[in-house]
Design a protein. Structure first.
Length: 265
């Protein structure tokens, strides 16, 4: 079911990841994403996969629930795999049928690119699952703070990003309701030609856009009614502070950089 998709959700808890400072988690996500693109062999990818699984255990969340974040992009991952198998050539020929060949470099690139996408989504999902929207907004604002000195609306940018993440599960749930309602009225989204299926998406897209704009207007009215005027002069109930957990995150970051750099060829 679409409402079971993990990406954008926040699950309250008291795990190590939940209690770490959002700034350290955001910085680590940036570093980890960089390391994913630097990894270029089986050993480095194995290290990154192992670390991602260990981070999932630290979150004290169900691994199956975390893996649900891959549901929205599994088609993209599959398309990427097929594309690289068809296009990338080089190395040993594993299979040949007429003009179609499956070669070593194609299989290698297909595996590595799909792993990159999967790891990026999983580690990003761990961030949203263990960080509340309020903490995420404040963490982004604090990290982007220096840009405010040159006139960039840092608070507004951070708020928009956190609201966008927060509305992902809401829109997924709304989409699921619309699909069920259209199915009950006789719509068929699972059979027919590709063009037919694309046309069947119109009864889903239109009410979904209407609902999204309605929710956005309601949110804007609610913020105005509560006196929201942007980040100028705002105070915070809870101040962000670095703790020993963030020190461990920093040490782990350095270790990962050294290990990936050592094993990278």
């Amino acid at each position: 079911m679409l409402q079971n998709i993990a990406i954008g959700q926040y699950v309250p808890g008291q795990s190590f990841l939940h209690r770490a400072d959002p700034r350290s988690k955001l910085l680590f996500i940036i570093l980890f994403a960089t390391l994913i693109f630097l990894a270029n062999n089986a050993v480095t990818y194995a290290i990154l996969i192992g670390f991602t699984l260990y981070a999932a255990l630290l979150s004290r969340l169900s691994l199956s629930y975390i893996l649900n974040s891959l549901k929205p992009v599994w088609i993209l991952i599959l398309f990427t795999v097929v594309l690289h198998i068809f296009i990338t050539k080089g190395g040993t020929v594993y299979f040949q049928w007429g003009w179609f060949t499956v070669e070593e470099q194609g299989v290698r690139q297909a595996i590595f690119i799909s792993l990159r996408l999967g790891l990026l989504i999983l580690i990003s999902s761990l961030l949203t699952l263990t960080t509340s929207p309020i903490d995420l907004t404040e963490g982004l604002e604090r990290l982007l703070g220096p840009l405010g000195k040159i006139g960039i609306p840092v608070h507004d940018i951070a708020l928009m990003m956190s609201i966008a993440l927060r509305f992902i599960p809401t829109l997924m749930e709304e989409t699921d309701k619309i699909i069920k309602a259209q199915t009950a009225r006789g719509a068929n989204f699972t059979s027919g030609s590709l063009v037919r299926r694309a046309k069947n998406l119109i009864p889903i897209a239109i009410p979904l856009f209407v609902s999204a704009f309605r929710r956005a207007e309601e949110l804007a009215l609610a913020m105005e009614a509560r006196g929201y005027r942007g980040g100028v002069g705002r105070t915070r109930l809870n101040k962000l502070t670095f703790t020993w957990r963030d020190g461990i995150v920093a040490v782990v970051s350095v270790i990962l950089v050294i290990v990936i750099g050592w094993w990278r060829t």
